[in-house]
Design a binder for this molecule. Structure first.
Ligand SMILES: Cc1cc2nc3c(=O)[nH]c(=O)nc-3n(C[C@H](O)[C@H](O)[C@H](O)COP(=O)(O)OP(=O)(O)OC[C@H]3O[C@@H](n4cnc5c(N)ncnc54)[C@H](O)[C@@H]3O)c2cc1C
Length: 279
């Protein structure tokens, strides 16, 4: 299929993009890497009358590490994150997740802002941001605001972004000597969206772990924290954490909820071993 007809505008600046969104209420879509948007247009799941290309907007790209915070511009491509020594050192959970996102051709164009804004429930980066207790910067006609990653994803393909707003950057605390991370997912083929995935962070606390954040993807409409399992894991017993898994995944086209719940336990054993092995 081919997309329905649409107009195209290249935004010259962030203000220009916000102005164009405001001038076409509910009818315009931002074009970032295009890796999800163009597919939805081609399948006629979406039919905006205007695409606003933000690829040439200055200031939306790049990785900065400053005063214990890693800031990543929304237009930073997946491939840049994958190859960045700053991300490997200061945001190792993201480095671990990147090779699981789609295929190299898609990672060459896809952006972190696009991935978060698209809000696929099986995507890796939204879960990583929640596991890292990150925040998301949003710009609109009234200025800028920040939203905690845990509050950003509201439902299936639904976020805290207003229709006239642009996601401009994400911020996460830089890893310290105590930071421990773990990541695993199960997909039918490498590069497919996960059936179930788990992104995790914790702090080494002697021989144990503190502040564990276990965030699943592919098990609900948004990233899902397994809080009872987090508490159990703090006691150091991985099997107790698996038994405590407080997830109730719905069936989807990839697997039944029961299979997903079983796989969530398999992933927890792997990820907990990563967290403890590092510790
Ligand atoms: C075959 C295939 C496999 C894939 N597998 C995976 C996978 O395993 N895991 C995964 O996470 N992703 C996967 N993806 C998606 C990929 O990661 C996309 O790059 C990503 O979801 C969207 O990023 P984008 O920059 O291409 O955004 P676009 O496609 O340009 O935009 C997506 C949506 O976000 C909006 N948007 C984009 N940028 C902004 C912004 N800065 N502010 C506000 N709104 C914005 C757009 O208007 C649009 O609605 C896959 C894609 C394909 C085609």
């Amino acid at each position: 299929m081919k997309p329905a007809a649409f107009a195209y505008a290249k935004a010259r600046s962030l203000d220009d993009a916000i102005r164009l969104l405001g001038a076409h209420p509910g009818e315009a879509k931002l074009l970032a890497g295009g890796q999800s948007l163009i597919a939805t247009l081609n399948m006629r799941l979406s039919h905006p009358s205007l695409l606003i290309d933000i690829n040439d907007v200055a200031g939306l790209e790049g990785i900065r590490v400053n005063r214990g915070v890693v800031e990543i511009g929304a237009m930073t491509r997946h491939v840049t994150l994958e190859r960045s020594s700053d991300i490997a050192k200061h945001a190792p959970l993201i480095a671990r997740a990147m090779p699981h996102i789609a295929h190299p051709a898609i990672r060459n164009r896809g952006t972190i802002g696009g991935s978060l804004a698209y809000a696929d429930p099986a995507a890796e980066l939204p879960a990583c941001l929640v596991a890292l207790d990150g925040e998301i910067e949003i710009a609109g006609a009234g200025g800028k605001r920040s939203v905690k990653a845990a509050d950003f994803h509201k439902g299936l393909f639904e976020t805290a972004l207003g229709s006239h707003e642009v996601l401009t950057a994400v911020r996460i605390p830089a890893a310290t000597a105590q930071t421990r991370v773990g990541f695993a997912e199960l997909a039918r083929r490498h590069g497919d969206y996960a059936i179930v995935g788990l992104a995790a962070s914790a702090k080494a606390n002697g021989k144990g772990l503190a502040d564990a954040r276990l965030v699943y993807f592919g098990v609900g409409a948004t990233p899902v924290r397994a809080r009872a399992a987090e508490t159990a894991l703090a006691g150091g017993n991985i099997e107790a954490a698996v038994q405590a898994l407080d997830l109730d995944p719905p069936d989807d086209i990839q697997a039944t909820g029961a299979v997903k719940k079983h796989l969530a336990g398999v992933l927890l054993r792997r990820v907990a071993a990563q967290l403890q092995g590092d510790a």
